[in-house]
Design a protein around this ligand. Structure first.
Ligand SMILES: *Cc1c(COP(=O)(O)O)cnc(C)c1O
Length: 395
């Protein structure tokens, strides 16, 4: 058994830890210090979209590290310019200005601040089941009571509508709100997809009342659902979009994209960050943007996602299985029992997964997975479900 004592001794106790000491990674695999190999469908919470240590990413980062690691955004920078040129090719055409930061929560903070400045209004609209991060602003539009309770008063007022419910939109005070923020697919609450009608009606209500429409693509974006941006499947056009997680393939990076109209009202000092747009993150981000521009890359996501959907639906024969929810390579398997036993047994069998709530096993695998990884994932889950049921029904 690995020795976990230093992390347990010194780090604040903020995470539910799994008993793995990560050592190295290669492609879809993560290895611990005992050299045990895991099929990594956690992928750093969906960050490792190219898997671990992809040669192109490693090369870009090492070459940049030898040349220049840090430059503030008050200077122009060659790597940043390369990133912008590559990234703007894959971003929605109406969102043609960008703020570069270092994480998802920061991208959300900026979006809320911009919305207040542009509209002169204070309130926000958000939805049940939402997750937008844990800084004060981002937490204010996150619905989970467990994350909020010790930190009130938060930024407000925030009005929560029911995610996916058209009727609940009618009751929300759009004309008093600076912005409405929504995830195209909710990840933290177990992979939930609203209808197109809901998303279109939300967009329409925003546009008619001067409330800005923020789409949080931090988890669903960058090819995760088989399109570059998940919101494109609803035919909607946000005023602001937030991106982070896999944006630089694992180097911390976030971004807030806005329309020209918003950009015209933003001035120096409204927002800034020391590390945002640093050369190392930008050099890594170039690789991600270039890979996403290659048509075969997204075709692979759609193809393996369909294979995975077909395979995983076979788990429905198990008593502990309740429902499979899947949007490209955003996967939720809702169980009739708590996730813990299944997660730990899968880990034991060499598959690293995530969870949502109490009952859902969630997976955000690298976007480069192949058919053989789909087969392995299914084989491990099949064995895992069998084992868990044996244990349950034996006693
Ligand atoms: C992860 C996530 C965030 C927060 O990002 P951090 O980098 O952890 O601050 C915000 N919104 C969504 C949808 C996320 O998945």
């Amino acid at each position: 058994m690995a020795d976990f004592s230093s992390e347990d001794r010194y780090l604040l106790n903020l995470y539910h830890k799994l008993p793995i000491k990560a050592w190295k990674g290669s492609g879809v695999y993560l290895y611990d210090t005992e050299n045990k190999r895991y099929l990594d469908f956690m992928a750093g919470y969906g960050v490792a979209i190219l898997g671990h240590c992809h040669p192109r990413l490693v090369r870009a980062i090492s070459e940049q590290a030898k040349r220049l690691i840090t430059t503030h955004s008050s200077l122009y920078c060659e790597a940043r310019e390369r990133f912008l040129n590559a990234f703007m090719k894959i971003s929605p055409s109406t969102l043609d200005h960008i703020y570069l930061c270092n994480s998802g929560a920061e991208a959300v903070e900026a979006s809320l601040k911009f919305a207040r400045k542009i509209t002169g209004r204070k309130g926000f609209i958000a939805f049940t089941g939402s997750y937008h991060g844990k800084t004060f602003g981002a937490l204010s539009v996150t619905s989970n009571e467990k994350y909020r309770r010790f930190f009130e008063p938060l930024i407000g007022p925030v009005y929560f509508g029911e995610y996916g419910n058209l009727d609940s939109l009618q009751k929300l005070p759009f004309s008093h709100a600076a912005a409405a923020i929504v995830e195209p697919v909710q990840g933290e609450s177990g992979v939930r997809l609203p209808s197109s009608d809901f998303m279109k009606e939300l967009e329409d209500k925003c546009k008619k009342s001067g409330c800005l429409f923020i789409v949080d693509e931090i988890q669903s974006g960058l090819g995760r659902t088989g399109r570059v941006w998940a919101h494109q499947s609803y035919g909607i056009k946000p005023d602001i979009m937030t991106v982070a997680k896999g944006l630089a393939g694992g180097i911390p990076m976030g971004a807030t994209l806005v329309t020209k109209e918003i950009a015209n009202r933003i001035e120096p000092g409204d927002q800034s960050t020391t590390f945002g747009g640093n050369p190392l993150a930008c050099a890594a981000g170039v690789v991600i943007a270039e890979m996403l521009s290659e048509p075969n890359f997204l075709n692979n996501v759609s193809r393996v996602a369909e294979e995975l959907r077909r395979k995983l639906s076979k788990l429905s024969t198990y008593k502990i299985f309740r429902e499979l929810r899947i949007a490209g390579l955003m996967i939720g398997i809702e169980l009739r029992i708590r996730f813990n036993q299944v997660l730990i047994e899968a880990l034991h069998n060499g598959l690293l997964t995530l969870y949502s709530g109490r009952n859902t096993i969630r997976m955000l695998p690298p976007l480069i997975i192949k058919s053989k990884d789909v087969e392995s994932c299914f084989a491990i889950l099949d064995k895992t479900f069998q084992k868990v049921e044996e244990k349950m029904f034996r006693s």
